[in-house]
Design a protein. Sequence first.
Length: 228
Amino acid sequence: MKFVTNNLPNCALTTGHNDKYIEDAVHLKFLGIQIDNHLNWKNHIDQIIPKLSAACCMVRQMYCFCNNDTLRSIYFAYFHSIASHGIIFWGNSFYSKKRIIRIMVGAHPRTSCRRLFKKLEILTVRSQFIYSLMSFFIGNQEKFQTNSSEHNINTRYKHHLHRPVANLSCFQKCASYSGIRIFNSLPRSITYLKNEKTQFKVALKKFLNAHSFYSVEEFFTCTHDMYY
């Protein structure tokens, strides 16, 4: 597979040996994730939606017979396991958990879900994206440099992760680049715990659950000083 940007023509890529050639693929499945040559996640989301719909139907059928704790267990077993797989790559694309959240509490289809996410202590798609991405960053800190390691200027952001210069929007949307921006925007009370992985994850999940972000942009504009 040859990755190209949307504004460039798709040139054929020929790879072979001894008159045996590998067909150039436009999209393929790798480790359970659908990838295309534009790094667009529509194919992957289209693939998982039927599975998530089946999980919603299961929860709906069990709603009359189970309490909230049991429904949460079913949610994490059948819905969350699918919705969170590879989310650091596709989680900034469109998808919502609102339908299954309303089913779990028996709410009207047009009921606002923000308080329901908090009540059930379940993260929204964007909050789960942030949580999973930051968990990856904390587990791989040696792969990222701080501003102080790039220059000797004593600035207020010297302890922030260094963000490389990027002009392509597809690169700006990738996990490593967007993750740096998200990490640098976290409350200081959380980033100070980066060397304590367990405490970092607990504090981050508490923060994300308290706000239930519907978009990454909402996270960036949030007043981080307050948890509730």
